[in-house]
Design a protein around this ligand. Structure first.
Ligand code: F3S
Length: 395
C-alpha cells in the first residue's frame, strides 16, 4: 500500500513550513518507507538523546545549529543528560572549552523550543505520557520504561529521528506503535530474591543477555518500586536492546502469554554480579543515579551522608534532573550531600560526562553504568546497593 501522507504532511515535505521541518519530514517518511508504514501518526511527547557534546562532537552540533535556524518543536520535548551540570560544572572539573561547546548544544535545542532540562527520567519531572499515548523517545532506558511500565507506545528513536518527530509532531506507524509487535515472546520465571536497585539491574543484565530483542514476559516478582523498575529498564535495554517487557501483576499492557519458559535463579544473579565486579578495582569514583535519581532516592542518600565526610581520594556523584535537584535544595538534601563532600550533579551522568582518564574504578548500583564505565571510560567496576556505595564513599 505504501506510505500515504495528509495534506499538511505533504506541505511539510514540500518546504511550506521551512527547511528544518522539511528535513525532519524527510527523515520521518524515509523511516516510514524503510519499515513499511502506511501512515504517519501524531505524537504528544518527545525525548531526545545524544545531547552530550562528548558524544555529539562538532559535526553533531553543526547539524543541530542548522535545524535551529527555523525549526521549532511542536510537542512537549525534553533532553537526555548532557555532559555536565549546566550550572555547577566548574566544581566538577569540567573544562572551560567543553562547557562552552555543551552550552552551544543546549542553546540550539532551546532555540527550537525544547525544554532544556537534561534527564533520562523525563517521566519523573513532567514529561509523563499516559497509557496508550503515542510518543517518540530516544533514551533506551526511558523508552523501555515508557513502553513497559507506563504503557505508552514508542520505538527506540535515534537522536535525529527524535528531533524530527519533535519538529513535525509526527512519527511513522511501525514497530512498537502497533499492538501486534508488543506481545511477549518468551516467559522468564524468576526464582530469586530481588531486594534493591542493584538486584534489578542484575536481573536486567541476565534477561537482556539471554533474550536479545525478544520480548520477555516476566513472572514471580511480587513487587517493584519505580526506582527498581527504572534500574531494570536501563539494564535490560543496555544488555539486550529490549524496548518493551511485561511483568506479571506490575506492568499494564495486555499480552498473550508465551509457552516457552526460561528460569532465572539466584545463581544467575550471582554470576552477573561476579561478572560486573572487576578484580583489583581501586574505587576512586562512586556514582549513583543511573537512571537519574528520584527525590526519594536523594532523600535517602542525604540521610546517609548527613554529618559524614567523603574519604580523601574519592569522588561521589549523585546524578539527577535539574527540577529534582532544585527540590533537593529546597528540602535541605543538597546541603547534607554537598557538606559531606559529595556532589549532587544535575543534567549529566557518569556515562556521558567527559570523565575518561579522571578515575580508575567506579562503584555504582547500576548495571548500565558499569557497562558504559567499562566500555567508554575504561574504568574497572563494582556493583553494590546504594547503601554500600555510600558506605564505600565515607569509609
Ligand atoms: Fe541515564 Fe546516563 Fe544511566 S543517560 S540511564 S544516567 S547512563
Amino acid at each position: 500500500m505504501g506510505l500515504t501522507l495528509t495534506t499538511e504532511e505533504k506541505e511539510m515535505l514540500d518546504g511550506k513550513y521551512g527547511k528544518a521541518t522539511q528535513k525532519a519530514m524527510e527523515i520521518i517518511t524515509t523511516l516510514g518507507e524503510i519499515y513499511g508504514a502506511n501512515r504517519l501518526i501524531p505524537i504528544t511527547s518527545v525525548q531526545i538523546a545524544g545531547v552530550s557534546y562528548d558524544n555529539l562532537g562538532e559535526a553533531g552540533l553543526e547539524y543541530l545549529s542548522e535545524m535551529a535556524v527555523d525549526g521549532h518543536a511542536r510537542v512537549l520535548t525534553t533532553l537526555n543528560p548532557a555532559g555536565m551540570d549546566m550550572l555547577e560544572w566548574k566544581k566538577h572539573g569540567i573544562s572551560e572549552d567543553f562547557a562552552a561547546n555543551q552550552e552551544r548544544v543546549v542553546e540550539a535545542f532551546e532555540k527550537m523550543g525544547v525544554i532544556t532540562t537534561c534527564t533520562c527520567t523525563p517521566y519523573l519531572i513532567g514529561n509523563l505520557p499516559h497509557f496508550g499515548e503515542h510518543i517518540a523517545w530516544a533514551e533506551s532506558s526511558a523508552v523501555c520504561f515508557a513502553n513497559s511500565v507506563i504503557g505508552a507506545l514508542t520505538n527506540r528513536e535515534g537522536g535525529p529521528s527524535a528531533l524530527a518527530a519533535a519538529l513535525t509532531g509526527k512519527t511513522a506507524e511501525y514497530g512498537f506503535h502497533l499492538e501486534e509487535n508488543r506481545l511477549a515472546q518468551v516467559k522468564y520465571e524468576i526464582r530469586a530474591e530481588l531486594k534493591d536497585t542493584d538486584d534489578f539491574g542484575l536481573l536486567g543484565k541476565v534477561i537482556g543477555t539471554r533474550t536479545g530483542k525478544t520480548i520477555p514476559y516476566i513472572t514471580n516478582i511480587e513487587k517493584a518500586t519505580t526506582e527498581e523498575l527504572k534500574s531494570f529498564c536501563a539494564s535490560i535495554a543496555t544488555y539486550g536492546g529490549v524496548a518493551i517487557f511485561h511483568m506479571e501483576g506490575i506492568t499494564p499492557n495486555k499480552t498473550t502469554i508465551p509457552d516457552k519458559t526460561e528460569v532465572v535463579t539466584e545463581e544467575d544473579l550471582r554470576a552477573a554480579r561476579v561478572e560486573l565486579d572487576d578484580e583489583g578495582a581501586d574505587i576512586d569514583f562512586i556514582s549513583v543515579g543511573c537512571p537519574h535519581a528520584s527525590i526519594k532516592e536523594i532523600a535517602e542518600i542525604a540521610e546517609m551522608l548527613d554529618g559524614k565526610k567523603v574519604a580523601d581520594g574519592k569522588t561521589v556523584w549523585i546524578t539527577t534532573a535539574k527540577p529534582t535537584k532544585d527540590l533537593a535544595v529546597k528540602m535541605g538534601f543538597y546541603d547534607k550531600i554537598e557538606n559531606a563532600g559529595a556532589f549532587l550533579v544535575a543534567d549529566a551522568c557518569c556515562a556521558v560526562a567527559p570523565l575518561k582518564g579522571k578515575f580508575t574504578g567506579l562503584m555504582t548500583d547500576s548495571a548500565k553504568a558499569c557497562f558504559y564505565a567499562r566500555g567508554k571510560n575504561k574504568f574497572k567496576t563494582e556493583i553494590r546497593t546504594v547503601e554500600q556505595c555510600i558506605k564505600e564513599a565515607i569509609a
